[in-house]
Design a protein around this ligand. Structure first.
Ligand code: PDD
Length: 287
């Protein structure tokens, strides 16, 4: 395995960062997770834009976006990868202890690319089990969920709750009790034939898979509503699924004690998404 570290490709054994890195000391940094299908990064530009937004929201200076794009391309090539998981991580960098970002002279920049490990097919054929977590999603006024930050403890606490209950993913509510999102995913449900999903102002990371699914639904005659929903509305839904870059569109079979069938809108959107990733939605990494 080869890693892109700061300005060059290095063997994995040399892909190490300082214990004084503020990403390690304080979770001070941002990241993006992407997928390459047949050597082409899906929605590459959108991920770069979101990385830039995350960095701007924490006043972190990013390397030039073209440099980042080239680094991703080189990392895929160095590892001879076509169907890949890619993660870009940018931390505040190395500096003495202390919160002041100016203690760090230069950000640490890392690209990891690995062969994509597919989820077990049964998760798609039978659906995943979810819980509603007690842990609430970060209040936007404290740490805006729009920042895809290295500080993931909020979501990790909810993931621990899910694991304790033998569930695959946890649905997090916001501070007002509205459905926000999963620990690493966005939530969708179907009510009377309309696809519903929490709106961005509930305090979520506005997923790139989410926006792709919304636009596929609209283009293909499925009405979409973004809003503020309580768990009771989710429990009454006829179909539920969640989305993210790696799971794509994953059906849900159960939330707490409520069971769902994998419905036709879920199956339809899953199929459309799969077609999209293997077709026009792809942008060449080098472009
Ligand atoms: N997570 N919400 C949260 C909190 C997330 O961390 C993610 C993505 C999403 C979905 O975003 P997208 O559709 O752009 O992948 C929503 C990635 C997969 C991760 O943490 O690796």
């Amino acid at each position: 395995m080869y890693i892109f570290l700061n300005d060059k490709i290095v063997p994995e054994s040399e892909g190490v960062v300082s214990v004084y890195d503020h990403g390690f000391l304080y979770g001070d940094g941002v990241y993006e997770t992407m997928r390459a299908y047949e050597g082409v990064v899906f929605k590459f530009e959108r991920h770069l834009e979101r990385l830039a937004r995350s960095a701007a929201l924490i006043s972190l200076a990013l390397p030039d976006l073209q440099f980042i794009a080239n680094a991703v391309t080189s990392t895929l090539a160095a590892n001879n990868l076509a169907d890949a998981y890619i993660r870009i991580t940018v931390s505040r960098g190395k500096g003495p202890v202390g919160l002041d970002p100016q203690l760090c002279k230069a950000p640490t920049f890392v690209v990891i690319a690995e062969k994509f490990k597919h989820y077990p097919e049964t998760l798609y054929s039978e659906g995943a089990k979810l819980i509603i977590a007690d842990t609430r999603r970060n209040f936007s006024g404290a740490l805006n969920p729009k920042v895809k930050s290295l500080n993931f403890l909020n979501n990790i606490l909810a993931k621990i709750e899910a694991k304790d209950k033998d569930a695959f993913e946890a649905v997090m509510l916001n501070h007002e009790g509205f459905i926000a999102e999963g620990t690493v995913s966005n939530i969708f449900f179907v009510r009377h034939g309309t696809l519903c999903t929490p709106s961005a102002d509930v305090g979520i990371l506005d997923g790139i898979t989410r926006e792709t699914v919304i636009s596929l639904a609209l283009k293909n005659g499925v009405p979409v509503e973004e809003g503020k929903y309580y768990p009771a509305e989710l429990f009454e839904a006829s179909e539920v699924f969640f989305t993210n870059t790696t799971a794509e569109v994953m059906p849900v079979s159960r939330i707490n004690d409520v069971e769902y069938r994998i419905g036709k809108i879920t199956k339809f959107l899953h199929k459309l998404y799969r077609e999209e990733v293997s077709g026009d939605g792809k942008v060449k990494a080098a472009e």
